[in-house]
Design a protein around this ligand. Structure first.
Ligand SMILES: [Zn+2]
Length: 333
């Protein structure tokens, strides 16, 4: 029997209680993205005693992340540790009684079902519409609740989607665009903290079947002190709600993805790469750093981080084609 006394300040709260605390210990949550939202939600849920957390992220820690990504430190940035690994290491020191499963990968149409099938709730810690439509499709298909969160500048939004009622595509029928991102507009860490905490609170309410769950689309502007919430009706013509899971179509996986505001693209690769042999070859033409998680290369004006599954983040490129040609030239395929 797990010792739950460490959660005394939470289980004494009458909406949770000892039974609720035991339920949380049996609960499983996947968090897609270990950025500003994911690190805060993961920290809160780990400390709250949620028994299993899957921490999914494709990227590595950089110095500019530390302003808002609350689980990382300067050593993680200096080492360029994958965010999923760094997050799991820090959380393990905070709560060794729960299971933490880091997944260093993008969340894509090929792995989405595997990564969500065995959890109770999925939390959106991503920063782009494509990932959210994918989470929406897979969660609707597998009848899993998920919690959306968005943050830009001082404006945040949160909405929880259950297997019934409106879905994310009912709310936003078409991919939003406009070119605004955290890199160009900025984002307050207090905002991402509030958004992630609301997501974590909603997750707890879902796990405990609380009648207090708010299903409205909630928005707020922390700087201008505006808080709002609207009901979202299900769209009878919504493709997703009618079983058309367009975004689960795996054909999109191989197209390089632009990473928010970084002149960097993710290239999917063609499968496992012999990192040792490649490192040997690349040492002749630039700087190579190799560890168990990745190979980092800088040289000849090119730079990339290559993961063992063949996926790479190519730096200093302005187009998908440029990223593919760097990949072909230095890695192969
Ligand atoms: Zn819908």
């Amino acid at each position: 029997m797990t010792d739950l006394s460490r959660y005394a300040r939470q289980s004494v709260f009458n909406k949770i209680g000892a039974d609720g605390q035991r339920k949380l210990a049996q609960s499983r949550v996947a968090i897609v993205g270990m950025g500003a939202l994911g690190t805060v939600a993961a920290s809160e849920l780990a400390r709250a005693g949620v028994g299993f957390l899957r921490l999914i992220d494709r990227d590595y820690v950089e110095l500019t992340n530390l302003q808002r990504q609350m689980l990382f430190d300067e050593a993680d940035a200096a080492d360029g540790t994958p965010k999923a690994i760094a997050a799991a290491e820090h959380l393990r020191k905070i709560n060794s009684a729960i299971i933490l499963e880091p997944v260093v990968s993008d969340f894509n149409a090929r792995n989405a079902e595997t990564l969500t099938r065995d959890v109770d709730v999925v939390i959106d810690g991503t920063d782009n519409a494509a990932a959210r439509y994918l989470i929406n499709d897979v969660c609707r298909k597998l009848a899993k609740p998920w919690v959306y969160g968005g943050a830009l500048g001082s404006v945040g939004a949160v909405m929880t989607f259950l297997p019934d009622g409106a879905c994310f595509r009912c709310l936003f029928p078409d991919a939003q665009s406009g070119g605004e991102s955290c890199a160009t507009v900025g984002v307050l860490n207090m905002l991402t903290g509030v958004v992630a905490s609301l997501q974590a609170a909603d997750t707890l309410k879902i796990l405990l079947n609380s009648p207090s769950l708010d299903r409205r689309y909630r928005t707020f502007d922390l700087w201008n002190n505006v808080f709002d919430a609207i009901e979202v009706a299900q769209n009878p013509d919504c493709p997703c709600c009618n079983g058309d899971y367009t975004h689960l179509n795996a054909s999109a996986v191989d197209v390089p993805v632009s990473l928010c505001g970084r002149d960097a693209y993710q290239v999917a690769g063609r499968g496992a790469v012999d990192s040792d042999a490649l490192a040997q070859r690349l040492r002749g033409i630039g700087n190579v750093k190799l560890n168990a998680f990745m190979l980092v290369f800088e040289g000849g004006g090119a730079g990339f981080t290559l993961f063992p599954d063949g996926r790479a983040i190519v730096k200093n490129v302005k187009s998908a084609d440029a990223a593919l040609s760097v990949y072909a030239e230095y890695i192969g395929g």
